[in-house]
Design a protein around this ligand. Structure first.
Ligand SMILES: CC(=O)SCCNC(=O)CCNC(=O)[C@H](O)C(C)(C)COP(=O)(O)OP(=O)(O)OC[C@H]1O[C@@H](n2cnc3c(N)ncnc32)[C@H](O)[C@@H]1OP(=O)(O)O
Ligand SMILES: CC(C)C(=O)C(=O)O
Length: 391
C-alpha cells in the first residue's frame, strides 16, 4: 500500500528563476524561500550552486534559514557541480542534491555525442559521488518524457542501486500526453527493481498546456512528488503550477492524495512571486488570476448571487481570495445590478431596478466595465423620479 502523501517540490527559485527577466538577488530569494517554508512545501529547490557565485550564496543562505523543508541544489552529472552543491547545502537541516543527465536518444546523441551505456555510467557515478556528501540524492533523467521506457527503467534501476532516494522523471520538453506520462510512471513501478524504496517524482513542462494534467496523471499512477512553481513560471511555457496541482488534489478527495500545503496562503504567495520577479499573471490563470473568481455575465452572476456553488467549484477563501467578484458589463443582468447597487447602499424596488437597468445598459454599451461611480450617477437619475431607499 502506497502512502497517500504527495510531496510538493517547489522549484520557483531554480527552474522558475531561469526565465528571462525573473532573476532574483539573494535577499529576494530568501524572502520567497521563507514564504515557501511557511506555505508548507516539502522541498525547496534553491538554485544551481555551480552556475554563479551569486547563486551559490543564495543556496547557501537559504540552507541556513529554512526550518522545515528540505533544501535542494541542482547539478549536472559532473563531479565539480556536485562538490559545489554539497558545500552550498552544508548548513541545511535537510539537504538534498539533485543530479542527473539526459537519457533520451536526442540528448545522448546531440548534447553528449555519447551512447546509452556511457550515460548510465555517468549517472551512476554522479549519484554515488553525491551520496558521499548527503543521504538524500534525487536523480533526474532529463527528457524522460521522450526516453524509451525500457532504457529509462534500466537507468532507474542502476541509480537506485547507487543510492538514489528520489527518481525524477521529467517531461522536459512538455511533449507527453497525460495517459502516456501516467503509463510511464506505471511502467517504472512495475519494471524497476527497488522502485518501492524510492519516491517517483513528476517534473512537467507546459509547452502543450498539459503540465498540470500530466503531473496529476503521474501521481494517480504512483508518483509521490510533484515538482512545480508558483504561478507556473519556468523555462519556455513554464512548469506545472503549484497552486493548480495542490487544488486539483484538494478538490478531488476521492483520489485520496494529500499535500501539506496551507492553501490559504496561495494567493498572497502568488502576488509575492509575481511582484518580486516582475512576471505578471494572466487574468484568466487558474486559482490565482485576477478573474479566477470574477463573474461578469448575467446568467452566471444571477446563479452565484443565489448560491456561489452554481459557478464556483472552490471557495475563494480556501486559496486566500477574500470574495468572488461580480463585475458589471453590458452582459450583466438586473440581478447583478441590484446586487452591486445594494453593496454601495441602494435598495431598489422592482420598478426602480427596471428604470436603472435601462440607463445601465446605455452606459455599459459605451464602456468595458460599469464601475461604482457610474452606478452612483445612474441612481442619481432614478432618484429624480422615484426616491430610492438606502440599504
Ligand atoms: C532542463 C533544465 O532545466 S536543466 C537546468 C538548466 N539550468 C541551467 O542551465 C542554469 C545553470 N547553468 C549554468 O550556469 C551553465 O550552463 C553551467 C555552469 C552549468 C555550465 O556552463 P559551461 O561550462 O559554460 O557549459 P555550457 O552551458 O556552455 O554547456 C553545457 C555543458 O554541460 C553539459 N551537460 C548538460 N547537461 C549535463 C548533465 N546533466 N550532466 C553532465 N553534463 C551535462 C553539456 O553537454 C555541455 O557540455 P560540453 O560543453 O562538453 O558540450
Ligand atoms: C533538471 C531537470 C529536472 C529539469 O528541469 C527538466 O528536465 O526540465
Amino acid at each position: 500500500m502506497q502512502d497517500n502523501k504527495v510531496q510538493i517540490f517547489d522549484t520557483t527559485l531554480r527552474d522558475g528563476e531561469q526565465v528571462p527577466g525573473c532573476k532574483l538577488d539573494t535577499n529576494q530569494k530568501l524572502v520567497i524561500a521563507e514564504r515557501l517554508d511557511l506555505l508548507g512545501v516539502n522541498v525547496i529547490e534553491a538554485g544551481f550552486p555551480v552556475s554563479s557565485p551569486g547563486d551559490f550564496t543564495s543556496v547557501s543562505e537559504i540552507a541556513k534559514i529554512v526550518k522545515n523543508a528540505t533544501v535542494c541544489g541542482l547539478t549536472r552529472a559532473v563531479e565539480n557541480d556536485i562538490k559545489v552543491a554539497a558545500e552550498a547545502l552544508k548548513f541545511a537541516n535537510h539537504p538534498r542534491i539533485h543530479t542527473g543527465i539526459g537519457t533520451s536518444d536526442s540528448h545522448i546523441q546531440f548534447k553528449f555525442n555519447s551512447t546509452r551505456e556511457k550515460v548510465i555510467e555517468r549517472a551512476v557515478k554522479a549519484v554515488s559521488y553525491a551520496k558521499s556528501f548527503v543521504e538524500d540524492v534525487e536523480f533526474y533523467a532529463e527528457d524522460a518524457g521522450r526516453t524509451d521506457n525500457e532504457f529509462l527503467a534500466r537507468v532507474c534501476e542502476e541509480v537506485i542501486k547507487a543510492g538514489a532516494t528520489v527518481l525524477n522523471i521529467p517531461d522536459t520538453t512538455g511533449y507527453c500526453l497525460p495517459e502516456e506520462y501516467g503509463a510511464k510512471m506505471k511502467y517504472l513501478r512495475e519494471n524497476v527493481k527497488g522502485i518501492e524504496n524510492v519516491i517517483l517524482s513528476c517534473h512537467c513542462h507546459n509547452d502543450l498546456g498539459l503540465a498540470t494534467a500530466n503531473s496529476i496523471s503521474g501521481v494517480i499512477n504512483g508518483a509521490r512528488q510533484i515538482e512545480c512553481t508558483i504561478n507556473g513560471i519556468g523555462e519556455r511555457a513554464g512548469n506545472t503550477a503549484l497552486e493548480e496541482v495542490v487544488m486539483v488534489l484538494k478538490q478531488h478527495p476521492y483520489l485520496n492524495l494529500e499535500t501539506s500545503i496551507n492553501t490559504k496562503l496561495l494567493y498572497d504567495t502568488s502576488i509575492m512571486v509575481r511582484e518580486s520577479m516582475g512576471m505578471p499573471v494572466q487574468p484568466n490563470k487558474a486559482i490565482v488570476g485576477a478573474n479566477a473568481f470574477a463573474h461578469s455575465s448575467g446568467i452566471h452572476q444571477d446563479g452565484v448571487i443565489k448560491n456561489r456553488e452554481t459557478y464556483e467549484i472552490m471557495d475563494p477563501e480556501d486559496v486566500g481570495v477574500t470574495e468572488s467578484a461580480i463585475v458589471l458589463t453590458a452582459r450583466s443582468g438586473r440581478a447583478a445590478l441590484a446586487y452591486r447597487a445594494k453593496k454601495i447602499g441602494y435598495e431598489l424596488t422592482k420598478v426602480q431596478l427596471d428604470t436603472a437597468y435601462t440607463s445601465f445598459l446605455e452606459t455599459a454599451d459605451k464602456q468595458k466595465e460599469v464601475k461604482d461611480d457610474d452606478i452612483h450617477l445612474i441612481m442619481k437619475e432614478v432618484n429624480k423620479t422615484s426616491k430610492i431607499a438606502m440599504a
